[in-house]
Design a protein around this ligand. Structure first.
Ligand SMILES: Nc1ncnc2c1ncn2[C@@H]1O[C@H](COP(=O)(O)OP(=O)(O)OP(=O)(O)O)[C@@H](O)[C@H]1O
Ligand SMILES: [Mg+2]
Length: 453
């Protein structure tokens, strides 16, 4: 690691001399400044790891300095030093964002410890910032690959909607079209990008647990509630929450959820107090909501409430050449994952991609490209390496399950699950029905075999 840089600011020459001496044997690069403006000039060129400053100075005081530094893109920890044992200044300094507060005369051991801690905290802050910007890069508009009119329109929609944080957004579309991806892009390109983004799949839990998960609970609310716990809506406050497969909520929870949307208040399970929660709500579904409403499975008032701003993410088959653009992006992703250097598709492979109707949409494409990349021998993926379930094949071939020797029960289950999803055009409701399991069980199996992404 590079030697940390420390900027030390004091208008008293004697103190500067003393500190120079006191820190001489430390593994630090310490630069000294007599005037705040000098320090601010230097910061334009290079960010230090820590700033140490006197509180009382001509022109601007230490607290104003903190405020100026806080406006900068990188947040370095600031240690303030002062001659006066003034508690109110200390409080103001900490409120303004000082990392620590030391009293003169300077005790060098204390100062060295404070610098060490500040460096560590600064490093962590930077890691967090990088982590967040990594997410931002991962979920920028560019990740929504495609040049078709429909995808361009979706990017436009996201640009307009991402700044409107009060809007409730409903994302609709077949399985695998990219609803989760769109939701993440909405969050990470909007003003809440630094706040929490949480996803919950409403099919993943039985109703009472889903309620506890969303709204939280107080100690003793039910047998297992040994302590109180914040719900996701509370945790994501200020940020965004995606309620995936919203039609899996039962009618009672739908009512509670509607009341939350209308009042922006929650009450934990078993709790008495209501508390305000302000967050962006995105919901997603791949089922026919209108039909669910007609069948009495989904409350119409909730439907009207969440359907105000809705976006239909179109199936891949309606996006023309996007299938190739997305395919190439996937090749890049898998190149780095599998350490390969595949350069693209052959012309024949591209024709095959364009001719397929992609019932499983981008997720199916992803699986197809992944499988091809695992076996890929050449520089370009060829048509025969790209194997999707071919609907032009006779039903006897298409509908069969061909199992190589030596599979475990788990592998057989995973293969069969993939087939059943294909047979049902990735309609989860229908697939669950055919398998004779609940949507929750289906969701768990998909998770187990990595078929959710
Ligand atoms: N336009 C796109 N460009 C690149 N990758 C995409 C695009 N759309 C979707 N994907 C990828 O396809 C996969 C499936 O997308 P996602 O999980 O968002 O679908 P979904 O609509 O939420 O599906 P489901 O209804 O089954 O939950 C993900 O790996 C996602 O990153
Ligand atoms: Mg999804």
């Amino acid at each position: 690691m590079a030697v940390p840089t420390v900027y030390f600011l004091d208008d008293d020459e004697n103190i500067v001399k003393l500190v120079k001496f006191g820190l001489r044997s430390e593994q630090l690069e310490v630069k000294f400044f007599n005037h705040p403006n000098e320090l601010l000039e230097a910061i334009k060129i290079e960010y230090p790891d820590v700033v140490i400053s006197d509180v009382m100075m001509p022109d601007i005081d230490g607290i104003e300095l903190i405020e100026k530094l806080r406006g900068m893109s990188r947040q370095m920890p600031i240690i303030l030093v002062t001659a006066k044992a003034a508690v109110d200044t200390a409080v103001r300094a900490m409120k303004a964002g000082a990392f620590e507060y030391l009293l003169k005369p300077i005790n060098f051991e204390e100062l060295k410890l404070a610098i060490g801690r500040a460096i560590e905290v600064g490093r962590l802050r930077n890691e967090v910032a990088e982590f967040k910007s990594g997410f931002k890069a991962r979920y920028s508009y560019d990740n929504l690959v495609g040049e078709s009119e429909k995808i361009v329109a979706i990017r436009e929609f996201i640009k307009r909607i991402s700044s409107v944080t009060e809007a409730i957004i409903l994302l609709r579309g077949e399985s695998g079209v990219g609803k989760n991806l769109v939701s993440r892009v909405i969050h990470y390109t909007g003003p809440m990008a630094d706040k929490r983004y949480l996803e919950i799949n409403c099919a993943s839990l039985p109703s009472n647990l889903l309620e506890a998960e969303l709204f939280g609970y107080e100690k003793g609310a039910f047998t297992d509630a040994k302590t109180s716990k914040k719900g996701l809506l509370e945790v994501a406050s200020g940020g965004t929450v995606l309620l995936d497969e919203i039609t899996s909520m039962d009618l009672q929870l739908q009512a509670k959820f509607l009341s939350f949307i209308e009042n922006k208040r929650i009450r934990r399970v078993g709790g008495l107090e209501e508390m305000p929660v302000d967050l962006r709500v995105v919901s997603a579904t791949n089922s026919e909501l209108e039909a669910d409403v007609a069948a009495g499975k989904f409350r119409s008032d909730l439907f009207y409430r969440i359907n105000v701003v809705s976006l239909v993410v179109p199936p891949l088959r309606e996006r023309g050449k996007d299938v190739i653009l997305i395919g190439r992006k996937l090749i890049e992703d898998f190149n780095s994952k599998f350490k390969k250097q595949v350069r693209g598709f052959t012309a024949a492979a591209e024709r095959k991609l364009l001719a397929h109707d992609w019932p499983g949409n981008v997720r199916e494409l992803r699986n197809v490209v992944e499988r091809a990349m695992i076996f890929a021998g050449g520089e370009y993926l060829d048509a025969d390496e790209i194997a999707m379930s071919d609907i032009s094949q006779p039903a006897s071939v298409r509908d069969g399950l061909h199992l190589p020797k030596g599979l475990t029960f788990d592998e057989i289950e995973a293969e069969y699950l993939k087939k059943v999803l294909e047979w049902n055009n990735f309609n989860l409701e229908a697939a669950a029905k055919q398998l004779g399991v609940t949507r929750k069980t289906l969701w768990e199996k998909r998770k187990k075999y990595g078929l959710l992404n």
